[in-house]
Design a protein around this ligand. Structure first.
Ligand SMILES: [Zn+2]
Length: 213
């Protein structure tokens, strides 16, 4: 059984590695037909800088940093309106200690959780569920309110979620954990990134007024 698996996977891996190199070989045969360098070492040298370079260019971390949001306040402007803890979490991607957040064990029957930075409505009371993880958990967000990025810090591949309006860090989203919710996703959000209001209409009006100003 074991030797069979090795025999099957090895050629597959070779094929996968060969694919990105292929354009190089085509290029060099067409433009420099007479002086084609064919030694495997030379091929590897020419191909090697390209693949990691492309990887870095298109990594989602770079994309996340270049992303622009409608609310373009500067670091100083955020410091002026946020508490030091809000600034640490929202603007510096910090994490509050589990089980300490204001909304961890908060299960209202109605209302809206808005971004503590810019007041954009993010989650409704209906999205919240009991996960036992120590942070507020939501199985979904208000459509378009939350933006996802791949977060590769701490040697893990996680999906970071930020406010789509101001880019403020909310937490991470985890999928396929087996929670009995409609999405089987868990938006694990810092309480400090949120503000709750029972009056959903007031929340969306306030947010609309602010984005126009
Ligand atoms: Zn926001």
């Amino acid at each position: 059984m074991r030797s069979q698996i090795i025999r099957v996977t090895a050629p597959l891996r070779q094929r996968a590695l060969a694919q990105p190199i292929l354009p190089f070989r085509l290029h060099s045969t067409s433009s420099r037909a007479g002086s084609r360098v064919t030694s495997p070492a030379a091929k590897a040298l020419r191909a090697a800088p390209t693949i990691p370079f492309l990887g870095a260019l298109f990594s989602s971390k770079a994309a996340a940093e270049e992303m622009s949001y409608p609310d373009q306040r500067s670091e100083d402007q955020w410091r002026a309106v946020l508490s030091p803890e809000q600034f640490r979490v929202l603007r510096e991607k910090g994490t509050e200690r589990p089980g300490t957040g204001e909304y961890d064990s908060h299960y209202p029957s109605k209302g809206v959780y808005t971004c503590a930075g810019c007041d954009a409505p993010l989650y409704t009371a209906d999205h919240k569920f009991k996960s036992g993880c120590g942070w507020p958990a939501y199985f979904d967000s208000i459509p378009g309110a939350v933006t996802r990025h791949t977060d590769s810090t701490f040697g893990m591949k996680r999906t970071e979620i930020v406010c789509s309006n101001c880019g403020g860090h909310l937490g991470h989203v985890f999928a396929g954990e087996g929670f009995p919710t409609p999405t089987d996703e868990r938006h694990c959000v810092n309480s400090v990134s949120l503000r709750f209001t029972e009056d959903a209409d007031a929340a969306s009006k306030e947010s609309a007024a602010k984005s126009k100003a």
